[in-house]
Design a protein around this ligand. Sequence first.
Ligand code: ATP
Ligand code: MG
Length: 442
Amino acid sequence: MIIQLPEDVRFIIHTLQDAGHEAYAVGGCVRDSLLSRTPDDWDITTSARPEETKALFRRTIDTGIQHGTVTVMLKKNGYEVTTYRVDGEYEDGRHPKEVIFTANLIEDLKRRDFTINAMAYNEESGLVDAFSGKKDLEEGIIRCVGDADERFTEDALRIMRAVRFSAQLGFFMEEKTKTAIRGHAENLRKVSAERIQTELTKLVTSPHPEYLRSAWETGITAVFLPEFDRLMCTPQKNPHHCLNVGEHTLRAMQAVRPDKILRLAMLFHDFGKPDCASADENGTDHFHGHGAVSSKMAEEILKRLRYDNDTIDRVRELVYWHDMEILPEKRAVRRAASKVGKELFPLLLEVKQADLAAQSDYQRPQKEEWLRSLHDIYEQIQEEGDCLSLKDLAVTGRDLIAAGMKPGPQLGQTLQNLLQLVLEDPSRNSKEYLLSNLPKET
Ligand code: ATP
Ligand code: MG
């Protein structure tokens, strides 16, 4: 088994070894190399104590010195070098109370979460695989190192990591691991929102966002996203649908490219449906106003999970408009693009496409034709450079004041009205035309 170590990693390992220590590449980078994937980063585990590591390299950063981690800087790249350690007793299901350094690599590998993450490699010893990680990698299995119950009790974040790795790799969770997750899902309440957020993002942007289903089955979403559980028991008796809201949501995520904003928009787009459900006299379900309700919920939940404002804003807007009816004609598309904004409108078309892909076959050819037209028309509008926002309007507030209008809130309203005239007909976007169409009283 040969893994091609990058030059920097070989240098770090050899420097440590030449000073009489052991050193290995470990964890995610070994796993990814065995899968022929390019690792994001290379972590190194060593018998050297942090002070000893620091003494050997010119530039180091004390990243997590109390846990034994020093980042070695080579040119612009950083490599985390961590002393072999055994995690002491866990205080609160999150942080080990103390870490104890050890001279034994196997002890260090034992504290790691899953067998596929518990392998080490260097050129001298080859692969160190004490827990059959390679076999699990080949068979596509997520399995805890050692006793699953203990491992999830020590650190509940591992519960999220198990589902996230299974979604990233397309692996299934071994039965004991899955049962233990079910038993300890409640412990996730002790994990910070930020750490849950990181795992959720990795899960939904993975090749298998639909594996959120196994988070639901094992009681994980009941803890951090209970709103999703309601979707899984909200049927849609409506010709446009053949799945319940939850299954439709999972399929809609699969149908959109793995972009964080798009995947989150698909996750939340129908969250308001359970609250908006009504049945008509024929027994058909309707969900009037669910876009606005879902949008509000998306905003609240993303805030709760401590997502950044830019993500929250964009997801909220896409969810709000996802069901917008737009006639396939230039005027309507200009109006819609102006409301949604130039940056988001192309994403909205992708959202609509994914939503459609997760619906029943009812009227599918017509709906697809409609979306294609919207797409083509929007392209034409862009090519023609039509004005879609105040920024592109041929007059500014200053022009209006120069033409005799008083400064004040009315100015903004007038600009909006002029924009509406231009959205109707872009040839109106000239100073002469717009200034001759100002409200009479000014
Ligand atoms: P990725 O970087 O793609 O998220 P990774 O496996 O490299 O995957 P990291 O979070 O970078 O994950 O952690 C590096 C290694 O540290 C893991 O491979 C695993 O061996 C160990 N590890 C990380 N988090 C935990 C944890 N919560 N419990 C036990 N071991 C962990
Ligand atoms: Mg990593």
